[in-house]
Design a protein around this ligand. Structure first.
Ligand code: ADP
Ligand code: ZN
Ligand code: ZN
Length: 753
């Protein structure tokens, strides 16, 4: 059932369709007093359960299963591992068109009417004779002539085809003939033509570019390719650690080709925001109609069609998709590619199941007997550790395509620049100089600031008052163009204050720089430059996102300002300068992975510079140039990052050397929440001892009127995880049954990122 419930229910099958039901089909079933749901048949049996009255299923929704046998097993794995429930996995897995029995939202195939000759007239002689018969009906004769023309009957006769059953779309025929449908109807009544309905796939509407041949691999790429294939002889999982612009995508393309030639399918998994038209087109040029795309920004109907195609006799050989594509049915999966495997956005945050797309992909591959290739320039510590201990094979590709050198990174000390009064707003002197040089040579610039809006804070000049969200523990972000202040956690929005409600002061200062403000400043500094901004606010729709990228790619903009969206997998030829405006916001994150993530983000955005031909240049601005991690970014030194971080993780017992489970608790009233948090942490300590930390108040302690507490569980790798999970479920159930805590929300985040 698509409900947050574990386990299955038994229903009786009525005579009418009892014989037709198969495991993996959907049934409409009654539930509770009035509700009905579409449930999935997991097992057909003949044992009447005891203790409750068995209700009858109402309707069979599918002639054939919509799930393949292995899929329920994967659902169960996810539900168990992530402390969720199969019902919630069901909700996450199916596109809504397949899970609602509501008429409004359920999937309706798109049908079209077509016209063809009936059997009796689908031969040359009969067709010639019919025109004699139609002598007195010139309009019908004209329409039939048009059919012959549009359907290319003559060409078919010339090719010697015995049957002339050629289909023409009804609307198209009527339009070409400029005829009324009653005339067509007359021909149907005479038994000459027939009309029938057929499903058209929405997906096949986008044109598929012509196929091109694979581009030959460079010697370094060929070596990596061979090494990956060799690794797959011994092991199931391999990491391709390839620097930015080394041509990892090219290596993937050759592996995909090799896999589909063997008659196997490929799943190519990408983080949401990397899945651009740029990449899809690159793949479609090679694989054409054998490639399907599965994306949350596609309509639900399109996703239903991809799902059904994967169940059909002719599934796509290749699926490119975001994390939810691990739920698609695959009949003969041979290879899974997880690109940018280090990306945190593979993890689903809300709602449950809080699964990690990469890790579920690994399990899916294992269940399907497929191989997995993880690829990135900046591996997650988890993955690199697994290579070190021999669980995964490691293949390295440290040469950029055409041997372009990695960008030169110049670290600029913000404190010193400020002291010497060299700053123009958020821009240091070296960055301004670099931008000017790039523009004068017709080159492009990317500016990275990990904050959207105009300024993260507004402050009264006189008394220091800061506008805050009434529902969350955060200050409001100023959005200048909209003249608003907005909470980035709940969306609460008010007009920008004109004076301080506290002291009536009229001067309100904007503190700090978001992308919107960076854009303003850069326009003032370089009035002749064409500037675009890419962040959540400018990319609400797929089309606006694509437009910003394509304008930049075609040189219609010179400077692209953006949040982390500009750091991901984009390939532009003319970018020579990248500015990282404030490394400290990343380095100071209150998280044990702050340095790892900061390194990854900076190395990735730096990698956008100098991708073809010439060495790029990166200006990295920071108040803390002395931090070793800054130097590691400057030297592109992943290995040192890995080693130093692993020492810390070892010392403080953090992943990948332990497993983490976070327990979150939320409640309207802080006092109730505190009671629950302390009670629960004591209960957990009784079971897990000093593996329990907290309760903690997270940095943002209240969101949408709910206070939040967090308990951390650090579990050694060798611990019996199923037992740990069982105990945690027990504890959660116990608190859910306590009257004073029933109104609280408790949930788990397993392997948080
Ligand atoms: P990565 O994914 O490692 O960052 P890409 O696969 O995007 O690198 O390659 C970087 C650029 O080099 C792209 O523009 C790509 O088209 C080009 N390139 C890489 N390998 C080849 C090749 N073998 N033949 C032609 N072009 C290549
Ligand atoms: Zn004030
Ligand atoms: Zn809020």
């Amino acid at each position: 059932m698509p409900l947050p419930l574990d386990g299955t229910f038994t229903y009786a099958l009525p005579e009418a369709f009892a014989q037709k039901v198969k495991e993996g089909c959907r049934l409409t079933v009654p539930f509770g007093a009035k509700k009905r749901y579409s449930a999935i048949v997991s097992r057909i049996h003949d044992q009447r359960p005891e203790g409750y009255e068995v209700k009858e299923a109402l309707e069979l929704l599918d002639d054939a299963p919509i799930l393949l046998p292995g899929q329920l097993r994967l659902w169960q794995w996810i539900a168990d591992y992530y402390l969720s429930s199969v019902g919630m996995v069901y909700k996450a897995a199916l596109p809504s068109g397949l899970k609602e029995e509501d008429e409004q939202t359920s999937y309706r195939p798109k049908m079209n009417s077509y016209v063809q000759l009936t059997d009796a007239y689908a031969q040359q002689q009969a067709l010639m004779d019919v025109f004699v018969e139609l002598k007195r009906s010139p309009k019908q004769a004209a329409l039939l002539m048009k059919y012959i023309e549009v359907s290319k009957v003559v060409a078919s006769i010339n090719l010697g085809n015995p049957s002339l059953k050629l289909e023409v779309e009804k609307g198209e025929l009527l339009k070409a003939a400029d005829a009324h449908s009653s005339i067509l109807q007359a021909l149907v009544e005479r038994g000459i033509l027939e009309i029938y309905e057929k499903q058209v796939l929405r997906l096949e509407h986008d044109e598929i570019p012509t196929q091109v041949l694979l581009r030959p691999l460079s010697p370094a790429q060929q070596q990596a390719f061979d090494a990956i294939l060799a690794a797959f002889q011994q092991q199931n999982i391999c990491l391709l650690h390839g620097v930015t612009s080394s041509g990892k995508t090219e290596v993937y393309i050759h592996l995909i080709q090799q896999t589909i030639e063997r008659g196997k399918q490929v799943l190519y998994l990408l983080p949401e925001i990397v899945l651009t038209t740029q990449l899809v087109n690159r793949l479609k040029r090679v694989f054409g109609g054998r490639l399907g795309v599965y994306h949350s920004k596609y309509s639900d109907a399109e996703r239903v069609e991809v799902w059904q195609k994967q169940l059909s006799q002719e599934p796509y050989d290749i699926i490119v998709g975001v994390r939810s594509s691990v739920f698609l049915p695959f009949q003969r999966l041979g290879l899974v590619i997880v690109d940018e495997e280090h990306e945190q956005s593979f993890k689903q945050q809300d709602p449950t199941p809080r699964y990690h797309g990469r890790n579920v992909a690994l399990v899916l591959a294992q269940m399907s007997g497929a191989k997995t290739l993880l690829g990135t320039a900046t591996p997650s510590l988890e993955t690199y550790y697994n290579c070190q201990v021999g669980k995964y094979a490691l293949v390295e590709l440290f040469e950029r395509y055409q041997q372009v050198t990695l960008p030169h990174i110049e670290v600029v000390n913000l404190a010193e620049q400020r002291r010497r009064k060299l700053m123009s707003g958020p821009f240091s002197d070296p960055l301004v100089v670099a931008i000017r040089e790039a523009l004068s040579q017709g080159e492009q610039v990317i500016l990275f600031q990990n904050r959207r809006g105009y300024s993260p804070n507004v402050e009264c000049h006189q008394c220091g008052w800061v506008p805050r969200c009434p529902h969350c523990d955060v200050s409001l972000t100023h959005h200048k163009r909209l003249n608003q202040m907005t909470c980035h956690y709940c969306g609460y929005t008010i007009p920008i204050a004109l004076k301080c409600p506290n002291c009536e002061g009229m001067q309100l200062d904007s503190i700090g720089f978001g992308t919107e403000r960076i854009e303003d400043v850069i326009r003032r500094l370089f009035p002749e430059a064409r500037v675009a901004r890419m962040d959540l606010d400018t990319t609400r729709s797929r089309s606006s996102y694509e437009k910003i990228l394509s304008d930049f790619q075609h040189g219609k903009t010179d400077i692209l300002v953006g949040t982390q969206m500009v750091t991901k997998g984009l390939d532009f030829e003319r970018v020579s300068v990248v500015g990282i405006l404030n490394a400290d916001t990343m380095l100071n994150m209150p998280d044990f992975r702050a340095y790892e993530h900061a390194f990854q983000m900076m190395e990735q955005v730096a990698g956008r510079a100098g991708r073809s031909g010439k060495q790029g240049r990166v200006v990295l601005q920071t108040k803390t140039p002395v931090l070793p991690v800054v130097d590691m970014v400057a030297r592109h030194d992943y290995l040192s990052l890995y080693q130093t971080q692993m020492e810390e993780r070892q010392a403080f017992r953090y992943p990948p050397l332990t497993r983490l489970i976070y327990v979150y608790m939320k409640h309207r009233y802080e006092s109730v929440l505190n009671g629950l948090a302390y009670d629960m942490s004591a209960t957990l300590r009784a079971v897990f001892g000093d593996r329990v930390l907290g309760p903690d108040t997270p940095p943002i302690a209240r969101i949408q009127n709910l206070y939040i507490r967090k308990i951390v569980l650090k579990i050694e790798l060798a611990a019996p995880i199923p037992e740990v999970r069982a105990r945690l479920r027990q504890v959660a159930q116990y608190y859910a049954s306590q009257p004073q805590f029933k109104s609280a929300t408790v949930y788990f985040d397993v392997d948080p990122v």
